[in-house]
Ligand binder design. Structure first.
Ligand SMILES: Nc1ncnc2c1ncn2[C@@H]1O[C@H](COP(=O)(O)OP(=O)(O)O)[C@@H](O)[C@H]1O
Ligand SMILES: [Mg+2]
Length: 309
């Protein structure tokens, strides 16, 4: 597994995406306007986004030993993702997420994510070589804190770029933040971390500055419905959302953090990396389901739709 750019650490699941005009109340029914069955889960979405952007990427997550697991791995391979580190857990069904989206882009997720599909510290230890072989390790924090921490420790000890997506949980929160180079959090996750949900660019930037003191040297903080604040030791920028009608924002954060990671590996200036990340998110909200559909053209089109602040 020599020479990966990024190893993503996180969930792999089957996504069943159903688009309806309106979600029916109990006792009602509704025709499905569009149905997509996809490789999903945040770890997989991030890996696919990176592959689409041209990175050499590997995935560490867990699938069951069922047929769904086999299909998920085959799909990830076809997407150009190195699935060598993925754990196939005996006696477990693979995760399933039903994403029910209405015409107003409001989603409901139904999640069948068996405990055994979560990563354990032992799984992470077994993948230590893969973690060390990548230039950056992208850890998705919906995994158990002990597993996330184990991954961040291995990556840090090999001097890799450590990127976290989500809100680190106790008892690992302080150490995870101290190990991280980058933390990216959505508005709810920012509230979990700081006690307040940012409501405008200024409070987003303030939240980023506050979190900067806890370890990471780059913060990306969502202000819901407005944009994203980026803060680093000697600079900051607020990037508004791209003007793209939202069908389903599922997976936009995954595309965002994938692009952010790759931009940093390419040593781009931080304000350009910031716009690249927002463009990748914008390119993901226009279709139902979390699977990204990134390309140079899609990114360029989105960059043109990001207003100047
Ligand atoms: N039109 C848009 N243009 C750019 N970014 C967007 C747009 N709509 C939503 N986003 C961004 O997408 C991200 C969604 O993040 P998140 O809720 O973590 O998604 P998920 O966890 O489903 O991947 C946020 O950073 C948000 O600002
Ligand atoms: Mg998210």
């Amino acid at each position: 597994m020599a020479g990966l750019d990024v190893l993503t650490v996180g969930q792999v699941a089957r996504d069943l995406v159903l688009l309806v005009d309106e979600v029916p109340a109990a006792g009602g029914s509704a025709p499905v306007r569009r149905r997509r069955e996809l490789l999903g889960g945040k770890g997989a979405n991030q890996a696919v986004a990176l592959a689409q952007l041209g990175a050499r990427v590997g995935l560490l997550g867990v699938v069951g030993d069922d047929e769904v697991g086999e299909r998920l791995l085959a799909r990830a391979r076809a997407d150009g993702v190195d699935v060598g580190p993925v754990v196939r857990r005996a006696g477990t069904r693979s995760g399933l997420i039903v994403d029910l989206v209405d015409r107003a882009a409001r989603w409901r997720y139904l999640e069948d994510l068996p405990e055994a599909t979560l990563l354990t510290p032992e799984d992470v230890a077994a993948a230590a070589d893969a973690l060390r072989s990548a230039r950056a390790v992208l850890v998705q924090l919906q995994q158990p804190p002990a597993a996330a921490l184990a991954a961040a420790r291995v990556a840090r000890s090999a001097d890799r770029l450590v990127v976290l997506d989500g809100a680190p949980e106790d008892p690992a929160a302080d150490e995870l933040l101290a190990l991280a180079d980058v933390l990216r959090a959505d508005a709810h996750e920012v509230e979990l971390l700081t006690g307040d949900e940012p409501t405008d660019p200024e409070s987003g930037l303030a939240a980023g500055r506050k979190l900067l003191r806890r370890g990471p040297s780059l913060l990306a903080v969502e202000v819901s419905g407005v944009g994203n604040a980026f803060v680093w030791p000697d600079g900051e920028v607020f990037v508004p959302l791209s003007e793209t009608p939202t069908v389903d924002d599922t997976g936009a954060g995954d595309a965002f953090v994938a692009a952010l990671t790759l931009g940093l590996l390419r040593d781009e200036p931080r304000d350009r990396v910031a716009r690249f990340a927002v463009a990748a998110a914008g390119a993901t909200v226009g279709h139902p389901g979390g699977r990204p559909a990134l390309s140079t053209e899609a990114i360029r089109a989105q960059l043109d739709r990001i207003p100047d602040r």
